[in-house]
Write a protein that binds this ligand. Structure first.
Ligand code: EPU
Length: 316
């Protein structure tokens, strides 16, 4: 349903200046593209978030929950509905450890993976270095089972605290989550569309004790290797396509297809890493989509492989 003046009034009365209308999503995504959201809001308390989600459900309004917008391509027509950013709440982090060396970190969904990894290193906690340098927040990383060849979120998440569509806070253990390659699905009844999915507020990760200095050395080496092969200095959403389940990686396929440096408008296949699409300055979502289509068509023609996007594409 479209946002009416009555909806807008409710949002303004309830959230005051926190709510922004016709908010350009280019300001909330690492790619720096995307048309306006009808309304955009970053609630400061979980209770505000709960009230907002309940209200969206009652009014049949589409809502999109985002973390840091680092794996998101919003189309130029924008988002008909309400974008809820978790970045102003869900930021607590603590840990406990037992005599056997098992450590549990409980962290808010809006914490960046970067902050989480640094916390683990500082406290001598092992099990998260696979995530060093992955952009994005903990909540987003769980939703897409972010990871690298060294590991993924599904290996460490033991429990999540979620906000259900009805506005209740519930704890789900790992049996409620089915982790696949770069995706997670809820093993819950009655979960059909993105708008009715629970929102992760917090997660409990099971890790172990280790030497902080050794962890730091390893993390530094990972970051150094990334800086060499990834265009970290440019706007992007990280890896654009999922790696095929076997055979050559997406980066290798695109590279071999001779597409590095290919440009449509302001969007370019990175010259540094072929699986990254970068915004060289003035890209539109349409430029990026056209470039994506060129890549998919050429890789399909040459290698009979259909590359799937890892980046989430939303909007109209
Ligand atoms: N390669 C090329 N040409 C290129 C780029 C890569 O031939 O232009 C080759 C590399 O030489 C290597 C292979 O492709 O042999 C794989 O490349 P890389 O090691 O860079 O890893 P990736 O599979 O492309 C994955 C994750 C990244 C993560 C890196 C490093 C996926 C889709 N991507 O990339 O995750 O940073 O490993 O651990 O799984 C992200 O998801 O946003 C992300 C950054």
């Amino acid at each position: 349903m479209m946002l009416t003046d009555t909806h807008k009034r409710w949002l303004k009365d309830r959230f005051g200046p926190q709510v922004r209308f016709n908010e350009p999503m280019s300001q909330h995504t690492s790619l720096g593209v995307g048309g306006p959201a009808d309304a955009y809001l970053a609630p400061r308390q979980a209770s505000d978030l709960a009230a907002l989600c309940q209200w969206c459900q009652q009014n049949d309004l589409y809502r999109l929950t985002i973390g840091n917008g680092t794996n998101l391509l919003v189309l130029d027509g924008g988002i008909e509905g309400i974008v809820i950013s978790l970045k102003a709440c869900c930021k607590d982090m603590q840990h406990t450890r037992n005599e056997t060396g098992e450590v549990r970190i409980s962290a808010g969904a809006a914490i960046s993976l970067n902050a989480l990894c640094n916390y683990a290193i500082r406290h001598g906690i092992e099990g998260l270095n696979f995530a060093v340098g992955i952009p994005g927040t903990l909540g987003g990383a769980i939703m897409m089972n972010a990871g690298t060849a060294k590991g993924c979120m599904g290996n460490v998440v033991r429990e999540v605290t979620v906000l259900t569509t009805g506005g209740d806070i519930q704890h789900y253990d790992q049996k409620a989550m089915v982790f696949g390659y770069r995706h997670m699905t809820w093993a819950l009844e009655n979960q059909k569309t993105a708008a009715t999915l629970p929102i992760i507020l917090e997660a409990m990760l099971q890790l172990s004790v280790a030497d902080g200095n050794a962890l730091k050395t390893e993390a530094d080496a990972i970051l150094k290797a990334r800086a060499k092969t990834q265009p970290l200095h440019q706007r992007s959403a990280g890896s654009f396509f999922k790696n095929p389940l076997s055979g050559l990686s997406a980066g290798e396929l695109i590279d071999r297809a001779g597409l590095k440096g290919t440009q449509v408008g302001g969007a370019q296949i990175s010259k540094r890493h072929a699986n990254w699409i970068v915004n060289t300055g003035k890209a539109t979502a349409a430029d990026i989509i056209e470039l994506k289509n060129i890549v998919q068509a050429k890789v399909s023609n040459l290698y009979k492989i259909d590359l799937e996007t890892e980046v989430q594409i939303v909007g109209t």
